[in-house]
Write a protein that binds this ligand. Sequence first.
Ligand SMILES: [Zn+2]
Length: 278
Amino acid sequence: MKYRSSDDSTCISLRTRAGAVHHINRSVLSNKSGLFSTLLSLPQPHGCSSDALDVWEEDSQLCQLLGLMNGDPIHPASFHELSSLLELAEKWDCTELIHQIRNTSLLNPFIAKHPLQSFALARYFNWTEEAKRASEASLWLDFDDPINAGVIVNMSAEDSAALLGLREKRCGMFQHLLESPQRFPMANGPSYYCIACGRSSAQDSYWSSFKSALTTELCRRPSGVGVLTLLSGGATCLEAEVLWRASCSTVTCGAKRFDKRLTLQLIKACFDVLPVSI
Ligand SMILES: [Zn+2]
């Protein structure tokens, strides 16, 4: 790169891909960018004819980065703008500015809207907390949606495996908890004991069907929004209706098999301990 600084020797001029020229204090640029620290310390070749240094960057990207170097508050309008800024900051070896971008929480506004992209970016920069929050937000996405599937396929194998693993872990753990004979002694044993008539009877399939419906719903919508709606009474399903109507098989008894309120509380307790992030 050949350049000649402007008449003001404390400033250096940078020309973008589109030809716009931006000026910045030479020592600020050198202090904030490892790349320019090295570049500006090198002896300049004779015969420089350019007034500005061509950096071949996009105008908006460069404006944001120079603003950040000058201590101006910046507000990326989109995730793309933020990721482009970080890309340039990394390219120019601006470690301190990357920390600053993180510390001022510039990624936070985009996590809910772009969980997958935010996750990949946070993992790339090793921002653990942001990656956790993005993984939690990703639970609301349908991974079979072509747009999301397209993003996932372009993620690193480790990142996509981490997000898929979180979903699998939630579903697997939920299923495991619902199958516990200790938590649901009335439902998970080979037989059940009816307190009303004092008799044991062979287990029926109602609970098994409901468990399966709950687990399937959590796998379909890993955020748990569907399961929670079922548990709160905001919706119902055939398997639940059958379960609540089930009664003791002893002809002379007919007592309700399940205490609806208690059973829903126990299921909710299972749901509440599921992992919500990687
Ligand atoms: Zn009974």
